[in-house]
Design a protein. Structure first.
Lengths: 226, 226
DNA sequence: ACTTGACACGAACACCGTTCGTCTGGAACA
DNA sequence: TGTTCCAGACGAACGGTGTTCGTGTCAAGT
């Protein structure tokens, strides 16, 4: 643009863009995740939501993978961690794991990140692991048994959070279509080939999710000898 | 090339390329997976291994996702499924789940596919689900309880297969580096902040994997009331 | 002989994560 | 005040991905 004559009113400055920060990028990433799902979380999409270009993000996060890992850790930050009480450690374990599942299901797709990150080592992921171990130790388990139990409980919870998020993260018509395909395929075979699957298929819905999770916890904690 | 003079010996024909088929593409995909890991399994890489271009694969598999799902189903085909015996159904469940983990860990990275596919519905995945349900039913569980127990067992197994494959699918120096980072971070904080994590970190190795899996199964099956 | 359909597959498209080089502005220093 | 340095911003470009479209070939059917 050529130099304005001195009698021109200078245009208003456009609203200043927020200065980038890791926290802002992570928050924006979670925003995009919630609105559009995990597949939409690309460096380009997040940058676009911030009014900039993807290269700008790299001053604050090393890689795309680091970004999604930071997003997961942020989600875990919202979960309160209990102080261990030896008299009710089992119930405390349940509460902690329920809270984790709830937090992850509030962000459709974030559970999938837990399966993409090799070993989550964010501060909050570590605090969670420590908290779970503390509860198990408060229950009188040896170090080794506490470690192994924590492993199993964490795996199941993470798995369930992912399965559970299927009901919120994916287009329901796609799930219904897939369920129908399964039903048709199985029904096309001899009657007893998939008798149990056909008889139980209706039990796997969003409505039974909480009940199923508790059932799994009953199994895990019921089978945990002190 | 211009027309050869008649005294030229015609060149030997290059070895005929195999005619493409879905089975061949899946097999080749598993080959690439085993040699180079899951990240290397791209349409281009698989096509290259077949001496063709990526577009050729689409006559046989609809998408890249379908290819990896077929690969997973192929892996599950190699697992023998037991005929239920009511007197030893718990041990049969164990054997089935062990065999699944073994099969998946023979293909580094395939367990990750199980977490990428929304709901595995290949013929073998369905047969596995049916087999597990049959065992639980043989054990006298109601339809609902069998379904819920199968859900928990399958989730845990799949989760463990994935965790276990970490030790084979990923560069060990990267794991060691990450372990070190964790250790350093936790040691940099007040001494009791991560006391349990620091005390148990050494327990999570490839050498303890089988023991850990069994411990988890002990919990799940021990807590399963008939 | 001609037609049709299945398969093969190159070129191109849209998108991805990331790097490199350049510019800008603020802080520190003389 | 002027200069230097450094951190951050970010466009252009690179190498890679999954996929579609259009064209050619071959075998089977009429």
């Amino acid at each position: 643009m050529t130099q304005d004559p001195p009698w021109r009113t200078p245009p208003l400055k456009p609203a200043a863009k927020p200065r980038l920060s890791q926290e802002l990028i992570v928050r924006t990433g979670l925003d995009v995740l919630v609105r559009e799902g995990l597949d939409a979380v690309s460096m380009r999409r997040v940058a676009q939501a911030l009014g900039t270009g993807p290269a700008s993000l790299y001053a604050h996060v090393a890689t795309k993978d680091e970004l999604v890992e930071l997003m997961l850790d942020q989600v875990l930050e919202e979960v309160p961690l209990p102080a261990p009480d030896p008299d009710r450690w089992r119930e405390q374990v349940r509460e902690l794991l329920r809270a984790q599942v709830r937090a992850m299901q509030a962000y459709p797709g974030i559970a999938k990140v837990a399966w993409q990150v090799m070993i989550p080592v964010g501060p909050n992921a570590l605090r969670h692991a420590e908290a779970l171990l503390s509860l198990l130790r408060a229950g009188g388990l040896s170090l080794t048994r506490a470690a192994y139990a924590a492993d199993a409980l964490a795996l199941y919870t993470k798995a369930f959070a992912y399965e559970g998020s299927t009901w919120t993260a994916v287009d329901q018509t796609e799930i219904a279509a897939r369920g129908r395909q399964m039903g048709e395929y199985m029904s096309s075979l001899p009657p007893d080939a998939f008798a149990n699957m056909l008889a139980t298929g209706h039990l796997f819905t969003a409505e039974t999710a909480a009940e199923r999770f508790e059932f799994g916890l009953d199994m895990l904690l019921g089978g945990l000898r002190v």
